[in-house]
Ligand binder design. Structure first.
Ligand SMILES: Cc1cc2nc3c(=O)[nH]c(=O)nc-3n(C[C@H](O)[C@H](O)[C@H](O)COP(=O)(O)OP(=O)(O)OC[C@H]3O[C@@H](n4cnc5c(N)ncnc54)[C@H](O)[C@@H]3O)c2cc1C
Length: 387
């Protein structure tokens, strides 16, 4: 068992940390409040090769794995810049296209994802289907060589920043039967594709959208893979990277919050010259949160290692557990940090309450804590499926 990062991974972590700190949480909040995006940070991370660490070198990436991408996600979040689109574009979209796309799709899309000049977002969630993706209602119909896509998607992150969206649909002949999903790479400016921004109570420069697909016409080569049979494996290919990187983002956010609070409680004095951190009622909750974050980090490391070793089934279990643990730990850490900071905890200046919405959402998305518990109950504890 090895808990050490390789020297290259160590260097990556230090370099990403330095980049994240140069921008910092103030930058993230300023962009979010102004309705802007973290474009400068994204492009600089892209130029430095951090967005493509998991993409093969032949397409301009770093040739690493999800371990490396998780390091990028964690360190940017630990610097106060939790970028959800890292989970969507390099983790989900790049993995799906790399593993299940055609040669032509790899050549067309991966270089742009690797250098950050392109983003591809991911649309699976639908208003009627929710957590039950077997109920997906977005349908793909053949029309000559083309496909026509119709349906509705909700909570789709970053559509306004992306050139393409990876849409999960069901083919018409399977519309009433068992779900046979198909994935399509759809330009975000395709005729018939419209969006409306959702008002979310999350302070973030990244936005969520409702998407309406009204007979969106895409050519045959928009279908991910050589045939419809690629759909289900392609969809599953994105799940482990998604869970592991979103967990890493949660762990980084937890670290950030605990660090802010610990700096404050070590120096703030309101009783007889002693720091408030000397009171165990203040220090113990922070220490408890630090333990939870560190436990989550261990599970993230295990899940990423298993995934990069090609042990997908085991990575599925660890990845789900890591996502659950990190989601809970991040929410606990931010809430505990706010409490430890007192009134300062609720100010924008101290930069902790600004994360409350994001960490709360991390217990719901991209997969809810309940659906992970269902998965663990069924696949680890051998319980009957209850739903
Ligand atoms: C900030 C944010 C960003 C997002 N980004 C994207 C994106 O980019 N692309 C995308 O496709 N989607 C995205 N989503 C959607 C997200 O994946 C869904 O919100 C999530 O999967 C839950 O689905 P739902 O909201 O429809 O909840 P529902 O399915 O309606 O569930 C509601 C509640 O019931 C619980 N529940 C449902 N079924 C069961 C069951 N069988 N057993 C126990 N409990 C159950 C759930 O856990 C949840 O607490 C995003 C969501 C958020 C909040």
């Amino acid at each position: 068992m090895n808990f050490d990062l390789t020297p290259e991974q160590d260097q990556l972590r230090d370099a990403v940390r330095a980049l994240g700190r140069r921008y910092g949480h103030g930058y993230f909040v300023e962009k979010a409040k102004a309705g802007g995006h973290t474009t400068e940070l994204w492009h600089e991370a892209g130029r430095l090769g951090y967005l493509g660490v998991n993409i093969p070198t032949e397409y301009g990436g770093g040739g690493g794995g999800i371990t490396e991408l998780a390091i990028v996600c964690e360190e940017l979040a630990a610097a106060g810049c939790p970028l959800l689109l890292l989970v969507v574009s390099p983790a989900i979209a790049a993995t799906v296209i790399n593993k299940h796309g055609t040669d032509e799709q790899r050549k067309r899309h991966l270089p742009g994802l690797a250098d950050g000049s392109q983003k591809i977002v991911f649309a699976i969630t639908e208003p009627e289907a929710g957590s039950n993706f077997h109920r997906l209602g977005t349908v793909a119909r053949r029309d000559g060589d083309d496909w026509l896509l119709s349906g509705r998607k909700c909570y789709i992150s970053g559509v306004d920043e992306a050139g393409h969206v990876l849409v999960v649909a069901r083919t018409e002949d399977a519309a009433t039967g068992k779900l046979k999903p198909a994935l399509f790479i759809v330009p975000t400016d395709a005729p018939g594709l419209t969006r409306s921004k959702l008002d979310m109570e999350i302070l973030s420069p990244e936005n969520q959208f409702l998407l309406y697909l009204d007979d969106v016409r895409v050519p045959a080569d928009a279908l991910v893979g050589e045939s419809l049979d690629a759909g289900l494996p392609a969809l599953f290919a994105g799940l482990n990277p998604e869970r592991i990187t979103v967990a890493a983002m949660g762990a980084g956010t937890g670290r950030y919050a605990i660090e802010r609070a610990s700096e404050y409680t070590a120096t703030r004095k309101v009783w007889r010259g002693r720091s408030i951190g000397s009171h165990q009622a203040v220090a113990h909750p922070l220490a408890h949160a630090a333990v939870q974050v560190e436990l989550a980090r261990l599970m993230i490391h295990k899940a990423a290692t298993l995934y990069d070793a090609g042990r997908d089934l085991e990575a599925g279990i660890s990845g789900n557990m890591a996502k659950y643990a990190a989601g809970e730990a991040a929410a606990l850490a931010v809430d505990t940090a706010v409490q430890a900071l007192g009134g300062a905890g609720m100010t924008t200046e101290y930069g902790v309450a600004t994360l409350l919405g994001a960490v709360r959402a991390g217990r719901i998305a991209p997969v809810s804590r309940e659906m992970i518990l269902n998965f663990v109950a069924q696949h680890v504890l051998g319980q009957d499926k209850s739903y």
